[in-house]
Design a protein around this ligand. Sequence first.
Ligand SMILES: [Cu+2]
Length: 308
Amino acid sequence: MGDNGSVWLPDPGTALAGEVDSLFWFVFWTSTVMFAMVVLAKVYFMVKYKRKDDRDVPAPVEESKILEAAWIVVPTILVLIVFTWGFDVFVKLSSAPPDAYQINVRAQQWSWEFAYDEGATSYTELYVPVGRPVKLNMTSADVLHSFYIPSFRVKHDVIPNRYTSVWFQAEEAGEYNIHCTEYCGTQHSGMNAKVVAVSEEDFAAWIAEQSQDLPPAVLGQQVFAQCQACHSIDGTPGIGPSLAGIYGEEHEFTDGSTAVVDDDYLLESIINPMAKIRKGYQPVMPAGFSALSQKQLDGLVAYIKSLE
Ligand SMILES: [Cu+2]
C-alpha cells in the first residue's frame, strides 16, 4: 500500500497489523456492498413507483415475512461477526506476551525518550529486535500525547501520572515511522521518531555500545535530539534561537537586560527556561527538561559549548 504522504496506511509490519487490516477490509467491503444495495433498490423503486398522474393510486402492498426476516437476520449476523472478530483482535492488541522485551517511553513536548533496562537511552530512534515481542511502558512528563506507529497499527494515548502500553513484534528489519497523534502544542507535528528494527545480534551490539559511559559532549549530542524541534545548530532561527556559536556571545533579553553566555546561563536556560527570554522570541519553552539527570544536563552544556 502507501508510502509517506499517501492516503493509504503503509504495508503492515507485524502479523497483528495484517489481522487489523483484514478486519478493516471486511467492514469496508460489507459496508460498501450494503450501501450499493440500498442505493440501487432506492433508485429502482423511485422509477418503478413514480406517480403517473393525479388519479394514480398504488396497489396495496402485502408484507413479505421472508424479506423482513432476511433484513433482520443478515445484518445481525454481520454485526456479530464484526464484534467477535474485532474483540479477538482487540484482546490480542491489548495483551502483550509475558516474555516481551520491555522499554520505557517518556513523552515530553516535543520529543520521545526511550529508556532501556540495560542503561541505554535514545531519543529519535527506538531500537528493537526483529522477531521478538516488545512492550512499551509509556508515560508523559507534561500534557497528553499519543504514540502511533502506522506500520504496526498500534496507537495509544500517553498520559501524565499514569502508565499506558502498546506492544508489537516487528517481522522484518527496517525503519518505521513514529508520530505523536494528539495535538500537544506548537511543535506537535515535529514530534516524530523512528522504530529501527534490527537482528537480535545487532540489537545486542547496539545496547552494549549505548550503555557505555560516553564523553559528556557525545552524551549531550544524543540528549540534544529532544531539542532539535525548536533549536537549530546551524544559525537558522526556529521556535527558539539557534545555538550555533552562542558560547561567549552577549545576549539581550525581553526585559532589556543582557548577559554573556556561560555555563551557568546555559544550565539555567535548560532547567528554568522562563528566567531569561531572548529578545525577539516567545516564552514558550517547556519546563520539563529540569527532569533530565545531572549527567545529561552536564552533557547538554558541554555539547552546546562545543557548537561553532
Ligand atoms: Cu505530543
